[in-house]
Design a protein around this ligand. Structure first.
Ligand code: GDP
Length: 402
């Protein structure tokens, strides 16, 4: 396991925008969003600030801690290596399930990709469709995790062939919705899920394993292996699945491989989501996620720090570099403000840093007039400032695809 001597090492990964991913997990109620997040938190590396000054190992959280964190943290930064390269993956909290206050849309705005969790037995449900539609409208690329495949065998007693048919059917149903709801047909086609390419994982969040087709081929795991494991209730075989195909690795590999990095994503997301002039200096800096450009941050979360009792604004830096002392314009509030402190999430904790560059998630103190949904810009660019598109809400019931 790699060790870090200093927070500077993390900032270095964050400065290299190709090594950053901003993601969330979305699902119909009870399909396994919490269990999937817990599996990621328990086993993926989190960046630990605890051992100040010394070499800091990656932490792994125990179950007690994870439960609390999924409830409490606005963001958890995970560490993941893919093909020998380190990545910072921000797992941004999206509120429980569909809510109509705009919180879901707001948090989707800071993500570039989402893992859609679908229960293998229930398949695509109303809220699956709603959250997927919301993600697509925000130009967030969906990937799919078909969860609870154990139920297909234990409860429905399906044969390997029938399991396969069920999986194919769910992918088809999700793809139909991608085609229907993506606001831009070019994206719809590009984002259609192709299991052969590894856009889809299937497994059990409860038993903490998951595989994609390319991975199953690479590791020689056959459909019949897990079907037999659950049919016979063979605990050792199920543990072997966890050892051979741990869910956190499968999902994070999928994220690194298929979720665009923040710069790639901003090239198409800014012109479609931001209301300002993309040919202005500010607009260009946003499209390019330019760390040297004027600062623009979209705040998706405001909450009290339990220790200091001060308000912490969490958001995504779309352009420029956030630093303490920076004077900013709060676009929606129509007020001036000043960033007093800048920090990054290391695991679920915050660590104060000197700067946070474009493409990353920042936590800031000092912006007490901001509300979630606020856009802040460098005060010198007040004239070019514009909010992100008005938040719009998807109302249920949505159109169903025949
Ligand atoms: P959420 O509402 O989407 O956050 O769903 P949860 O993660 O809370 O899961 C809902 C229920 O499904 C819980 O009772 C979980 O234990 C159960 N669950 C989650 N993953 C699996 C799985 O892989 N197999 C089975 N059989 N149950 C699961």
């Amino acid at each position: 396991m790699p060790k870090y001597k200093h927070v500077e090492d993390i900032l270095k990964i964050m400065r290299n925008i190709e090594q950053v991913r901003n993601i969330g997990i979305i699902a119909h109620v009870d399909h396994g969003k919490t269990t999937t997040s817990d599996a990621l938190l328990a086993h993926a590396g989190i960046l630990s600030p605890k051992l100040a000054g010394e070499a800091r190992a990656l932490d792994y959280l125990d179950v007690e801690q994870q439960r609390g964190i999924t409830v409490k943290a606005a963001n958890v930064s995970l560490y993941h290596e893919y093909k020998g390269k380190p990545y910072v993956i921000n797992l941004i909290d999206t509120p429980g399930h569909v809510d109509f206050s705009g919180k879901v849309t707001r948090s989707l705005r800071v993500l570039d990709g989402a893992i859609l969790v679908v229960d293998a037995v229930e398949g695509v449900m109303t809220q699956t469709e709603t959250v997927l539609r919301q993600a697509l409208e925000e130009y967030v690329r969906p990937l799919l995790f078909i969860n609870k495949v154990d139920r297909l065998i234990k409860e429905l007693k399906l044969s390997p062939q029938e399991v396969q048919q069920r999986i194919v059917q769910i992918i088809k149903e999700v793809n139909e919705r991608i085609l229907t709801f993506a606001p831009d047909k070019d994206f719809a086609k590009k984002w259609l899920l192709d299991p052969a390419k590894g856009h889809v994982a299937l497994g059990s969040a409860k038993d903490k394993w998951g595989i994609t087709i390319p991975m199953a081929q690479e590791k020689g795991i056959k459909f019949s292996f897990f079907v037999d494991a659950y049919k016979t209730g063979n605990k050792e075989a199920i543990e072997e699945l966890f050892r051979k195909a741990p869910l956190h690795e499968t999902l994070l590999d999928m994220v690194v491989r298929w979720v665009p990095n923040p710069r790639e994503a901003q090239q198409y997301r800014v012109p479609r989501l931001w209301k300002g002039d993309i040919n202005s200096e500010l607009g260009k800096a946003m499209v390019n996620a330019d760390p040297e450009g004027p600062l623009v941050v979209f705040i998706n979360d405001m909450r009290l720090d339990p220790h200091t009792k001060r308000l912490v604004a969490t958001g995504r830096v779309w352009a420029g570099t956030a630093t303490a002392g920076k004077e900013v314009w709060l676009v929606n509030a129509g007020k001036e403000g000043k960033i007093l402190q800048v920090s990054i999430y290391m695991g679920p904790d915050r660590e104060i840093v000197d700067y946070v560059t474009a493409g990353n998630i920042v936590a800031m103190m000092g912006l007490d007039d901001a509300r979630a949904g606020e856009t802040i810009v460098d005060i010198n660019y007040k004239d070019q400032a514009a909010p992100f598109e008005q938040l719009h809400y998807v109302s249920e019931p949505v159109v169903t695809v025949a």
